[in-house]
Design a protein around this ligand. Structure first.
Ligand SMILES: *Cc1c(COP(=O)(O)O)cnc(C)c1O
Length: 493
């Protein structure tokens, strides 16, 4: 399998793509073709998560030898996860929630980031890279912690994370600012996720800067879903959920399903789209946004326009206007034409807006898009608790709300998988308020206790442990200082 850039003719192996993260021309790496997987349901239905992950991912990482890849997978999905199934599918009434938050940091980012460091380490060996890898990561709240935890104290790798200081939940912030590990660096920035992501992408594209740090013995990489090591492992759980539905007797072989994904950077839903391209029977991909509904407008009109207000919502991991992974979808949508992608991305940079040409509009038909504002999100958390006896986080609530809108709009009775992306305890203040209709009081840990008693659910141990941790990273910087901060870290040794 080879990978190429969405913006040019660069071609390379998976190991090189893993290390580089983003292509030199600013494009994103994509597999040059999508392997069709043989869906022998009888055989696949009884595979464990690890076995299925290997079955799917060996198609994408075939320059790893099979034993090595299998070992990486085995180390990734182990008892770091609090449930043996890794990604359980929970049926509540007619809703199927694919719980992706059973990993160490309580959000779906763990699904890929548990594996990614092992892949990167092997890639580094294979490419005989002696330099230290520096992972630069912009986070809207969850990627940061998942990446820090995944890379802490891994030799030959440093990780630097930037999060919007006012745009994450208190638990999310504490998870990052208490991060241990000699090789971890965390900064709040005065700005939003888009500012952080833009700054990081500019650094990747800065040839001069990259040459300079190369001389000092460093090479940059990314743990955002722009990296194939983040994106591709996310394909696995959509197959897993489908097989689970089969096993539960909820669908029959070959039956189509819908998938609802609460969407920010378009990575998780793109993985579902890739699963479909590989042969998974997917009817509609339902793209759920919060008030930052730029994707909703795009998927309906073909116009992507970021000249609008940025809102800080109660689903902060989706507070994004520039969804990086959309570029990968656009590449497909526009007949794999790099010139068109370059033109669209130039328009976005110069004018804050691009328009998909009429002739490609058909390609948007795979998707249904809608959005939920904060009020609707709160009501949905409350509704699910009262009616399904099921506690969901605000991101999952956005997905549930949009799915209900879809049902109203279409009357479609296709079985539907809802990606449940975070533990409700990660957003405890919002969830507490939604359920009790009372203003949250005290600190997050008291609220977690209250919520636990009220809902008879247990507090994840990671949250309990967080209460006793020391803040080790308390710097907040202006977005203009990102460059300097990175230079500073890479200068010293
Ligand atoms: C990252 C995240 C999302 C959005 O996922 P994308 O891949 O960026 O679209 C949704 N929910 C939660 C809880 C997240 O952490």
């Amino acid at each position: 399998m080879e990978y190429k850039s969405t913006r040019g003719n660069i071609r390379l192996t998976s190991t090189k793509a893993l290390i580089e993260g983003l292509a030199d021309d600013g494009g994103l790496f994509i597999p040059i073709k999508f392997p069709k997987v043989e869906l022998n349901f009888k055989e696949l239905m009884n595979k464990s998560y690890n076995e299925l992950a290997f079955y799917i991912l060996k198609n994408y990482f075939n320059d790893f030898d099979e034993n090595t890849l299998f070992n990486c997978i085995t180390k990734a999905y182990d008892d770091k996860f609090d449930i043996k199934e890794i990604a359980p599918l929970v049926k509540k009434d007619k809703f199927y929630f694919l719980e992706l938050f059973h990993g160490p940091t309580l959000a779906f980012k763990d699904m890929a980031l548990s594996l990614f460091p092992y892949l990167l380490k092997e890639a580094k060996l294979k490419e005989n890279i002696k330099k230290e890898i520096v992972i630069l990561t912009a986070t809207s709240g969850d990627t940061g912690k998942a990446a820090l935890e995944a890379f802490r104290d891994i030799e030959g790798i440093k990780i630097i994370v930037f999060y919007p200081s006012k745009g994450v939940s208190n638990i999310q912030r504490l998870q990052m600012t208490t991060q241990e590990g000699e090789n971890t660096f965390v900064f709040g920035i005065n700005g939003n996720f888009d500012d952080a992501q833009r700054a990081v992408k500019e650094i990747f594209a800065d040839v001069h800067f990259n040459e300079e740090i190369d001389k000092r013995g460093y090479v940059l990489s990314s743990a955002n879903s722009i990296n194939i090591g983040r994106l591709l492992p996310q394909i696995v759980y959509y197959f897993y959920a489908y097989l689970k539905l089969l096993k539960m007797g909820e669908i029959s072989e070959g039956e189509y399903v819908n998938i609802v994904v609460p969407t920010g950077n378009f990575g998780n839903i793109l993985a579902a789209y890739y699963a479909k391209k590989m042969g998974l029977k997917v009817n509609k991909l339902i793209c759920a946004s919060n008030t930052n509904n730029v994707l909703y407008d795009f998927l309906r009109s073909g116009v992507y326009d970021i000249r609008r207000n940025f809102y800080t919502t109660i689903s902060p991991s989706m507070d994004i206007l520039v969804s990086s992974n959309l570029e990968r979808f656009l590449y497909d949508a526009c007949g794999e034409d790099e010139d068109i992608i370059r033109a669209l991305m130039r328009d976005l940079k110069e004018f804050g807006c691009f328009k998909l040409s009429e002739k490609y509009m058909d390609s948007l038909k795979d998707f249904y898009a809608n959005f939920a504002d904060d009020k609707e999100t709160c009501s949905e958390i409350r509704w699910a608790f009262l009616n399904l006896r099921y506690l969901i986080d605000p991101h999952t609530a956005v997905a549930l709300n949009v799915y209900k809108k879809y049902l109203k709009d279409t009357d479609d009775d296709t079985k539907t998988i809802i990606a449940s992306t975070a533990s409700p305890y990660k957003f405890v203040a919002s969830v507490y308020k939604a359920i009790t209709l009372k203003e949250p009081y005290g600190d997050e840990f008291m609220l977690a206790d209250e919520l636990s008693k009220l809902t008879k659910t247990s507090i994840p141990k990671q949250i309990v442990e967080l209460n006793n941790k020391r803040v080790l990273h308390n710097k907040v910087i202006d977005k203009g200082e990102i460059y300097d901060v990175i230079k500073d870290i890479l200068k010293g040794d």
